[in-house]
Design a protein around this ligand. Sequence first.
Ligand SMILES: Cc1ncc(COP(=O)(O)O)c(C=O)c1O
Ligand SMILES: N[C@@H](CCOP(=O)(O)O)C(=O)O
Length: 527
Amino acid sequence: MAASLIFRSPPYSLAPILYPTPQNPRPITTTTTIHASTTPTPTTPPPPPPSKHRRPAEQNIREEARSHPSLTNPHNYSAKYVPFNSTAPPNTPTTESYSLDEIVYRSRSGGLLDVQHDMDALKQHSGAYWKALFDSRVGKTTWPYGSGVWSKKEWVLPEIDSDDIVSAFEGNSNLFWAERYGKQFLGMNDLWVKHCGISHTGSFKDLGMTVLVSQVNRLRKMNRPVVGVGCASTGDTSAALSAYCAAAGIPSIVFLPANRISIAQLVQPIANGAFVLSLDTDFDGCMQLIREVTAELPIYLANSLNSLRLEGQKTAAIEILQQFDWEVPDWVIVPGGNLGNIYAFYKGFLMCKELGLVDRIPRLVCAQAANANPLYLHFKSGWTDFKSVKANTTFASAIQIGDPVSIDRAVYALKNSNGIVEEATEEELMNAMAQADSTGMFICPHTGVALSALIKLRNSGIIGPTDRTVVVSTAHGLKFTQSKIAYHSKEIPDMNCRYANPPVHVKADFGSVMDVLKKYLLSKDSK
Ligand SMILES: Cc1ncc(COP(=O)(O)O)c(C=O)c1O
Ligand SMILES: N[C@@H](CCOP(=O)(O)O)C(=O)O
């Protein structure tokens, strides 16, 4: 019997990639079915041998993109900086604006900025068009669309030349169905964990940093005065900054609070060749210093105070919708520190609604460590009178922040998404992390904070058992092994560590091994 082989046509041609159009919103592919018989007849010519490359062999993917320059911004979409306005929707017209090619972080009045897109131009296409375009780019190696961020280039940084982009094909991260965790610990059947930390440098910061460093690359090519890029960091921003700068050959400078970040995070910028300053202060102190320094020296500021970063980070929200085939989850829970990310999620969801991809946005929850909880206190006060706090030590060290720069953005996002703020004690976050790990995850303590918030909202009945809920996991658990070791060795003062699973030390002889194994198997059998 003839076997049926299905070939996608043309997998090996040099034809440019065909993009969907409003008339034809699906990516253009054709399928040809070839019936291969085990004894080929002489009248059937054999198929041509597949070429190793879809482009000339001497061309790389960047050069290939260069040879199709008309695809870079064919519709002249644009974006600019405008003052962030906490009393009006993000795309409200304003008289104060700046080109993204200017080096500016604050509005004239000293407030935050926001990147505003030309929504009228984007609205010339239907929601169906955008969905089909974004879907057509997933999982490809076409420069730069193989990145989960740049697959949404028109909504991120539409005017940048693809040639200036610095990307590690970040994004497209796993949306994990937390089947066992949801069922066993929460009685939930539709719980998901968006693993933003399974990424190039192990955190969601890659999503924003590819955008920021690409823009710096462009500015330097335009001979703008940018000698290097700098940030204050609790470990993840610095890792992402140093990696993307190293990839582009741009100097990076990072300010770290001495002895307050994990070893794995400290070694990242060191390995990537950043200029690392370890400062005897906390993150808020480092942030203050980098703001002063970048106002004096030609060092571009890479923290999320710079609204370019959030344009990349917002693609995680779009990606979640895309992964659910453009169905909107009920809840999205995000751990918060400097508070740029919660606003980035809001922006991503809102943009999908405004451009007709979905008809609503999810309710957002921001989760903070109780030891660094200024947003939680502000929420509990009914949003009256914000006060920064002195952040205390927390296992969720990347969110040990008492004076978040994006407080206004976060409040705006939460108010406009019918949002909630929760907090987690050290014991709660560590137990949640251990429970999640025991069901096959390997999460960071910040994700433990978000899971603790979920547990509280489930217990109070605010989140229902069948609510589709997404917990955003912000960093890879491997960056935080010290905290896991301390927990599982029961070495944490005043903490019960009730889910600790320490290794059993056994004499290396058959009898001793059999004894402990039998005891273990009996304990499992009785459950
Ligand atoms: C792992 C991790 N989770 C969460 C956050 C909080 O993000 P944001 O500062 O945008 O609130 C950070 C950084 O602050 C982080 O590094
Ligand atoms: N957790 C962050 C803190 C700085 O946040 P940013 O988003 O403003 O850069 C880090 O990893 O440094």
